[in-house]
Design a protein around this ligand. Structure first.
Ligand code: AMP
Length: 137
């Protein structure tokens, strides 16, 4: 896999505001935050996104997300936290090294989540649920 800027941060070759580090994961402040305390968590082992991450890295990522999310909430006094992982450019991924965004949210902060104007036609939900079940690996 090609190296990314996050590879340089993992190797401490470029500066970042590190929040947490262990042998498998790293968390640091996003350089262009959505709100104060916006933190990125990533597995050190290189993977592009959730489509190729291995189970061990995914588990380590989730462990660190849990630890950091609680600290970010405590410090920012956020009313809630979004944890999101962008997978591929269609989903907004810019840096192709798996990472999760931890974003403090506040009541009436004006940030928009997703539109909810889609609805299934008759039988469509049954069909797609069945297809997804058959593709679980
Ligand atoms: P994504 O769109 O999910 O790939 O998000 C990549 C994130 O990385 C963006 O929110 C950027 O602001 C952030 N980012 C890019 N370069 C750096 C950096 N050197 N230090 C911290 N965050 C960065």
């Amino acid at each position: 896999m090609e190296d990314t800027i996050f590879g340089k941060i993992i190797r401490h070759e470029i500066p970042s505001h590190i929040i947490y580090e262990d042998s498998d994961t790293l968390a640091f402040l996003d350089i262009k935050p959505i709100s104060a305390g916006h933190t990125l968590v990533l597995p050190k082992k290189a993977s592009r996104n959730l489509f190729d991450i291995n189970e061990e890295s995914a588990a380590a990522l989730m462990r660190t997300i849990r630890i950091v999310t609680k600290a970010v909430k405590a410090v920012t006094n956020a009313d809630g936290i979004n944890v999101s992982i962008n997978n591929e450019s269609a989903a907004g991924q810019i840096i192709f090294h798996t990472h999760a965004h931890i974003i403090p949210r506040f009541k009436e902060d004006g940030l928009k989540n997703w539109n909810r104007d889609f609805s299934y036609k008759d039988g469509e939900a049954i069909d797609i649920a069945e297809k997804i079940r058959r593709n679980l690996l």
